[in-house]
Design a protein around this ligand. Sequence first.
Ligand code: GRF
Length: 226
Amino acid sequence: MAGAAQQPLPIVVLISGHGSNLEAIIEANRRSELPVDIRAVICNRPDAGGIEISRQAGIETRIIDHTRYADRAGFDAALQTAIDAYNPGLVVLAGFMRILTPGFVDHYRGRLINIHPSLLPEFPGLNTHQRALDAGRQVAGATVHFVTAETDGGPAFLQVQVAVQENDTAETLAERVLQHEHRLYPEAIRRVAEGRIALDEKDRVLCDGIPLETACLLEPDVASGT
Ligand code: GRF
């Protein structure tokens, strides 16, 4: 609505690695293209590169090392307590490499999203790029989806397509897809933050109030011609 100031959506971002998607989210937020308040970044690996990105940005950064917990349930309980202290409207998995327990996933139902580097439902899990190449795919990509107990299986709502090139290896393809993830994830989060995307009680994604049949496609990037 014109003139109505929108409150930024409080989010917590979970990472395990390089944090390049986190960086893309931070940058989009800085450019005022993403109406979120990044309350905290939580990382399960003390040596992850993304920790420095988060600290440099002045974001509250916590490390919860999963190896210090006897089991998955213990780690997830500690993680949940830490997240809930920030009262987020959305929890963003950005390269968070842990399988989450059903209880944790249920607790954040409709406010937990993930990015996966394939055109889901194809190639869930690991080694997605090599599997796409082995299957002879000419188009690869990435998907943002709500998280359910099924790994990489929750309702998808935004995808980006990336052309496979003849001489691609899993590494070159991964690198190119990752560049597009950096456009995709901020845009997906923006749509949730603006209330345009939501999960209904039947696990359907509503886009502007209408159930989505399939995930939307992000427009090609005019600048790079992709
Ligand atoms: C990305 O490819 C993401 O899709 C996958 O893990 C990778 C994380 O990269 N889930 P980064 O840590 O954001 O650089």
